[in-house]
Write a protein that binds this ligand. Structure first.
Ligand SMILES: *Cc1c(COP(=O)(O)O)cnc(C)c1O
Length: 413
């Protein structure tokens, strides 16, 4: 059976054990076979593959997968099988992981602040040519560490005003419009290819956010008077959660097309995007076990220091849930709202939900929590000794689907 136990999580991503390719038909089968007392992470490789195929088909340019979202080897391989060829790495470990697994991958180093050794090693050892930057100091670093290489692709990250995505990403990275224009000119003098990028924020529910960002990018390009070779509209594409059904992917693609057509881009300019969440969230569930119940509170074996940090106080996502009971099959009795507590001793290890589950949920039951392919396992810690988990591959449908993201063939499967 295809189960890998980690002695300790998180391991450095490049040292993780590869999965064997045996699969179980469904999450229920995996629970029956394993009766897992530790969290069980269920990967759906065919969903990652279908999402990659769908996204690369719809997007009029290059799709870079943001590796940080889920660096599991099975995930990277499935996206590759779906036709995805470009990877957005943010650390040297991610660069090495992708290069080791997928020798033909095109890797872009999209973190605007890098150590000198990371730049040097990415360029020399791993064949990375594209680097993001948002200051002139970073530009100098890249030029020095690549010894004035003539084959660089340099992408200037533009800061955006605070938007209305669920996660605002405006605070940390990005040059102001004025600085970005000057940086573009400096990059043009030394780089083989020059680009401009931004990120509208993660789980962005408003397609027009991309149009507004593109208009700002257009004003920077007009000021800089620089011909760019790539324009990167970033990530942020949303998925469904129980209280949130986003507009379909086509609406975002259409908004980007409108925004781009209003710009006066050189004919050869490539469009890039960097989705993370939208490519992987539906492809993984976490199965937790109920260790104790106190009224409306279920004490479960994974929490905010495990794969459920986005369900915790900081973000408070309500993930889709489903009760699994191996003696009596699936329950569809009367539902009630529960909150979850994670296994650690920290009182912040609490997930308010509300999570709707059969009212008789009890100790020993399992709960499948869906949409955790993005920013789930990737954020695990070993805090408080809760560092064990197992990983299985399954073939059933995701708990929740986002309109317009899977192909018609996949929907019918
Ligand atoms: C995290 C990140 C992404 C992916 O964002 P999603 O909202 O998950 O699509 C893309 N680009 C950059 C630079 C990021 O930091």
């Amino acid at each position: 059976m295809n189960i890998v136990r980690y002695r300790s999580l998180p391991a450095p991503v490049h040292r993780r054990q590869p999965l064997q390719n045996k699969r179980l038909p469904s999450v229920d089968d995996a629970v029956l076979a394993e009766c897992p007392d530790e969290p069980m992470y269920c990967l759906r490789p065919q969903i990652f593959k279908a999402l990659a195929t769908r996204f690369t088909k719809l997007f009029p340019g290059d799709v870079l997968y943001a590796v940080k979202c889920n660096p599991e080897q099975a995930v990277l391989r499935s996206l590759w099988k779906g036709g995805l060829r470009h990877f957005d790495a943010a650390s040297l470990n991610e660069v090495a992981l992708v290069r080791g697994l997928l020798p033909g991958a095109i890797i872009h180093f999209m973190h605007p602040v890098k150590t000198r050794s990371a730049i040097r090693t990415a360029y020399d050892r791993y064949g990375v040519r594209d680097f993001v930057l948002d200051t002139v100091d970073e530009l100098d670093k890249i030029i020095e560490e690549t010894h004035g290489a003539r084959d660089l692709g340099l992408v200037v990250r533009l800061a955006l005003p605070k938007g209305n995505a669920v996660y605002d990403l405006s605070g940390k990275f990005g040059a102001s419009p004025g600085d970005a224009a000057v940086l573009l000119q400096s990059c043009r003098r030394v780089a083989a290819r020059v680009g401009l990028s931004f990120h509208v924020g993660s789980q962005c529910l408003d397609p027009t956010a991309y149009e507004r960002a593109l208009a700002l990018a257009g004003s920077v390009l007009a000021d800089a008077d620089v011909a760019i070779d790539m324009l990167d509209v970033g990530g942020g594409f949303p998925v469904s959660y129980p209280d949130e059904v986003p507009p379909p992917l086509d609406d975002f693609i259409a908004a980007i097309a409108r925004g781009v057509s209003a710009l006066d881009l050189p004919a050869h300019c490539r469009l890039w995007c960097e989705p993370g969440r939208a490519l992987v969230a539906p492809g993984q569930s976490v199965v937790v076990r109920v260790v104790a119940r106190k009224g409306g509170a279920l004490y479960v074996n994974d929490g905010i220091y495990g794969a459920l940090s986005d369900a915790g106080p900081a973000v408070g996502f309500r993930f889709p849930v489903r009760l699994i009971r191996t003696d009596g099959g699936v329950h569809d009795g009367e539902l009630r709202a529960f909150e979850f507590f994670g296994p650690t001793c920290d009182s912040a290890d609490r997930m308010k939900g509300p999570f709707l589950l059969p009212a008789d949920a009890k100790e020993g039951d399992w709960i499948e929590i869906g949409q955790l392919g993005a920013y789930g396992t990737a954020l695990r810690t070993g805090f408080n000794g809760f560092d064990q988990a197992c990983l299985v591959e399954v073939e059933d449908r995701p708990l929740l689907e986002t309109p317009g993201y899977l192909s018609a063939a996949m929907q019918a499967a």
